[in-house]
Design a protein around this ligand. Sequence first.
Ligand code: NAP
Length: 310
Amino acid sequence: MRILVTGASGLLGLNLALSAAKVLGGGHQIFGTVKDHALLPEAFTAISIDLRIPGAVGRLLEQTQPDWVIHCAAMANVDACEADPGQARQLNSDLPTELAAHVARGGARLVHISTDAVFDGQRGGYTEEDTPNPLGVYARTKLDGERGVAQMDPRAIIARVNLFGWSLSGARSLGEFFFSNLSAGKRVLGFTDVYFCPLLANDIAPILIQMLEKRLSGLYHVVSRECTSKYEFGVHIARRFDLDESLITPASVADASLKAPRSPNLTLRTDKLSAALGASPPDLSTGIEGFYTLYQQGYPQYIKGMEIRD
Ligand SMILES: NC(=O)c1ccc[n+]([C@@H]2O[C@H](COP(=O)([O-])OP(=O)(O)OC[C@H]3O[C@@H](n4cnc5c(N)ncnc54)[C@H](OP(=O)(O)O)[C@@H]3O)[C@@H](O)[C@H]2O)c1
């Protein structure tokens, strides 16, 4: 099996490529694309490419000849998307649409990664049947990406995720935010009125692999079966890492003067996924335990060690 992961220097892509190598074992070849990062991982072959360059997508597929493509590359910083809507559209809408068109012609199976943020978060408990109502540039461009992929490649899986984990920068996920600030004794805000259902990034690969093996297609919510507020999430992290939870001040997102609009209640239902796989995705305690275990095993340093610096 030949597997191509785009965005393999990102929070999701890197953990996914590493976990896929572990889950699948030997005999499989994994390729991971990077753009601004130079990586030398043992578990997969890193390919440096800017996927916005005309012809790059076709050349990448020609070079790697994948059976499965898991598309994680994106402009995933919501404030950066608000500041540069043109680039957000190019990366979050046009690129996945182009990739899906190529993949559909070539016969590989595609998983396109999308987001819970396609909903406005006024209600929560969203299913795949609910109508999205994206609030900002990031969410709008991601929703258009979903639609482009579905149109070009109806066999594709579109996975709406939310996640946390260890990243190359050490600062890409909310888990890392709470861990590093609390470790440094710094006070932080924890939003009591923003809800989400994050999965540990490393737990996403086994789920997507099962979905591919079962030849699923269409839209799925791939998030934790348990949801929480961002404040409670911080408290969970503090307790597991034995850090001072009183440094987290309960606050409203309205107090934080963030640039891009945030949807308050992004709790998603995972019934469709659970029915298709015959098992529910992990709960929050399992994810946080996994995050802690990786820390104890030196995983944050391990991934940083893959980076080639000038
Ligand atoms: N993080 C979250 O909490 C979250 C929540 C919901 C959904 N998602 C979705 O999950 C997916 C992955 O997000 P993430 O947080 O892992 O993102 P990330 O950490 O920001 O990583 C983005 C990846 O895209 C690559 N990339 C950016 N521009 C590129 C280009 N022009 N050509 C090729 N590659 C390019 C980056 O490469 P370089 O870094 O090497 O430049 C990096 O590998 C996205 O689809 C996002 O919408 C994320």
